[in-house]
Design a protein around this ligand. Structure first.
Ligand code: ZN
Length: 382
């Protein structure tokens, strides 16, 4: 059905840009205008990666025309970090207890994990696409149309020049999102997992658009603790799908292990931030520290190479807490099917709210159970 991942053409993008400029004129609220402008910028960047032209002039011209200064300014972004850090500070004790317990619980089983050599299989693009479709058919049959639409409308695009991420998903104003992934000459199952992760964001955005206004979703993109929850859940499930089907088994095991280690590392970051004075936390989200500081809470050799002691509160919280919860809900869903899915949906429904620990009690989520299920997951992989 699909031979390869196709990309929007220059003509497609120009058509979309025309639509968005018309929308921009009629949008009324701050949030809508921002979302619209961000989509314009996304398309312009995509255009420049296709044509090699510098489009920053283009973007500046569009921005200049907008009189009611719109795009998220530095101040606004700083204010959003304020909200984020204040929320963290008011729940510091909760995060300290949660992460201390989880780190202790996880350490032994991670130490027991034995590394194995693996072969790296390469897959043609059509095989990766078939795997994606088969995975969504089995795990998310009611999202299969959405995924196929993304492929058919050429919105899952392989690019050579993604520098910071292996994949990214852009929310587009009143249209399907765009997924970009780093495409090497030959794809591996790592790229499969990257793409399913990004499609997890696509599902998240679709749900968000149907529930909330643009004003709201903007806050969500900058400020939510659970922005990565659905994507990490889908990615975790897609890796289970691969190992169930015995595809490049030892390599898939390696990806699963690395994901757990990165969740673990993010938990260390959260834990370190709970040790800081509130003023320090308010001043910035990046922490550099020496090894003794980190050694106080973990077996250093496990995670770090020599000089890597920088942590980022926002990233650590977004990926760490969501990594833990994704693994927890994956375990619940695979054990209890519909009931597990219902428990996930109940939790997911709060993802736009400011984080509050009471949510765990309200939804009968037990901290010990989270730890136990994580350990079970590591043992299963090993
Ligand atoms: Zn993500």
């Amino acid at each position: 059905m699909y031979d390869k991942f196709e990309s929007l053409t220059k003509e497609d993008i120009i058509k979309e840009l025309k639509r968005l400029r018309e929308e921009l004129v009629v949008t009324k609220t701050y949030g809508e205008k921002n979302t619209c402008l961000e989509s314009i910028i996304t398309y312009n960047q995509l255009l420049s990666s296709l044509t090699g032209d510098d489009v920053s002039v283009n973007i500046n011209r569009i921005l200049k025309k907008q009189k009611n200064s719109i795009l998220l300014s530095g101040d606004k972004e700083a204010k959003l970090y304020d909200n984020f850090s204040n929320n963290f500070i008011s729940n510091k004790e909760f995060f300290k207890e949660l992460t201390s317990n989880l780190l202790k619980t996880l350490e032994d089983s991670i130490l027991e994990f034995d590394n194995k050599d693996y072969d790296l299989y390469l897959y043609p693009e059509e095989d990766i696409i078939t795997l994606i479709i088969n995975f969504f058919y089995e795990y998310y049959p009611n999202k299969l149309d959405l995924v196929e639409d993304m492929l058919k409308k050429k919105r899952v695009i392989g690019v050579d020049n993604l520098t910071d991420y292996s994949g990214v998903c852009f929310h587009i104003y009143k249209n399907l999102p765009i997924v970009l992934f780093q495409r090497d000459r030959n794809l591996t199952l790592k790229e499969f997992a990257t793409i399913t992760h990004e499609l997890g964001h696509v599902i998240d955005f679709e749900d968000l658009d149907s529930r909330y206004s643009s004003n709201f979703s903007q806050k969500y993109f900058y400020n939510s603790t659970f922005l990565e929850l659905n994507s990490l859940l889908v990615e975790t499930q897609s890796l289970d799908f691969l190992s169930k089907n015995k595809l490049n088994e030892l390599f898939v095991r390696e990806i699963q292990y690395n994901n757990l280690i990165s969740t673990y590392t993010n938990l260390i970051g959260i834990n370190l931030f709970t040790e800081l004075d509130n003023d320090l936390i308010k001043n910035g989200s990046v922490l550099f520290c020496d090894s003794d500081f980190v050694k106080g809470i973990t077996n250093l050799d496990l995670v770090y190479d020599d000089n890597n002691f920088s942590f980022n509160l926002k990233d650590n919280l977004m990926y760490g807490l969501s990594g833990v919860m994704a693994s927890y809900f994956n375990s619940l869903i695979s054990e209890y099917k519909e009931l597990g899915q219902k428990m996930y949906n109940d939790f997911w429904a709060y993802r736009c709210d400011l984080f509050r620990p009471q949510l765990f009690d309200e939804l009968n989520i037990n901290q010990d159970d989270i730890g136990k299920r994580l350990v079970k997951q590591i043992k299963k992989i090993n």
